[in-house]
Write a protein that binds this ligand. Structure first.
Ligand code: NAD
Length: 257
């Protein structure tokens, strides 16, 4: 199946976790994919695992790294049709009064400023391509309150504002901008998040996992593959009239309390 034949895509934070699965599905759909990541080990493993992927070691929160990243993208892909702003960190699990300014700043710098820096460089390339798509990987925490996760919550709600703003700004140039809101995605990062929450509340991690799943209408976590499929859909011609939307892929998380 080549529904994205030769479509040129950049996936940030694409060397592991959800980003890696997105990159894999895009490649399987025929796209040409460049990934960036802050972890050189992960980048090396991704290069070995994903046939045909190119990569740059870059921190999306660093303006100079993002400049270097886009120089690589232009060299490797010769332009850009799709940007997937996936790089993100969980930030601290702590009540607001115990959250350090340093943790607050770093979470916003990666999740929000990183998305801004990449989009700022991608927009002119997408315009040269005659249109394209930007997909911001937010979270179901972008539509619900999330106790003890202030910086994460602020950064992900911020992404929804940017999605709706950029859809309006860039739409006349044929650029569609949407957000995908993953729910509780089974995997290593979720394990770390659940462990932090269990430690904060002094309860067993399996009890936290059960509580979380009980708050999902479909009573299930989602997989990274579920998220990647929605990204492929939004990039493909099936999504050609979709812009400015927030697509929750979460089994309907009812609360993050
Ligand atoms: P992960 O930690 O497993 O992987 C994130 C990848 O991004 C890693 O390869 C990491 O090295 C890279 N990265 C981190 N900071 C970076 C930076 N500053 N610059 C470049 N790369 C960086 O996380 P994940 O679960 O795959 O999450 C991917 C995205 O999905 C994030 O935006 C996250 O907030 C969002 N999300 C995840 C879940 C979940 O349950 N895992 C739920 C909702 C939303």
């Amino acid at each position: 199946m080549s529904k994205l034949l030769n479509v040129r895509v950049l996936v940030t934070g694409g060397a592991s976790g959800i980003g890696l699965v997105i990159a894999r599905q895009l490649l399987d759909a025929g796209a040409r994919v460049h990934v960036c990541d802050v972890s050189s080990d992960a980048l090396q493993r991704a290069g070995a695992e994903l046939h045909g992927v190119s990569g740059t070691l870059a921190d999306v929160a660093s303006e100079s790294d993002v400049e270097r990243l886009f120089a690589d993208v232009t060299m490797q892909l010769g332009g850009l049709d799709v940007l997937v702003n996936n790089a993100g960190i969980a930030g601290p699990t702590s009540p607001v009064e115990e959250t350090s300014l340093q943790d607050w700043r770093r979470t916003l710098e990666v999740n929000l400023t990183g998305t801004f820096l990449c989009t700022r460089r991608a927009a002119p390339l997408l315009k040269v391509s005659g249109g394209g798509a930007i997909i911001n990987i937010a979270s179901c925490a972008a539509r619900l309150g999330f106790p003890n996760r202030s910086p994460y919550s602020a950064s992900k709600w911020g992404l929804i504002g940017l999605t709706e703003t950029w859809a309006m700004e860039l739409g006349p140039a044929g650029i569609r901008v949407n957000a995908v809101l993953p729910g509780i995605v089974a995997g290593e990062r979720q394990d770390r998040v659940l462990q932090s929450r269990a430690a904060l509340e002094g309860i067993d991690v399996e009890d936290v996992r059960r509580q979380r799943t009980q708050a999902v209408s479909l009573r299930s976590m989602v997989s990274a593959e579920d998220i990647a499929e929605s990204v492929v859909f939004l990039c493909s011609s099936a999504g050609r009239m979709i812009s400015g939307q927030s697509l929750s892929v979460c089994g309907n998380v009812e609360t993050l309390r």
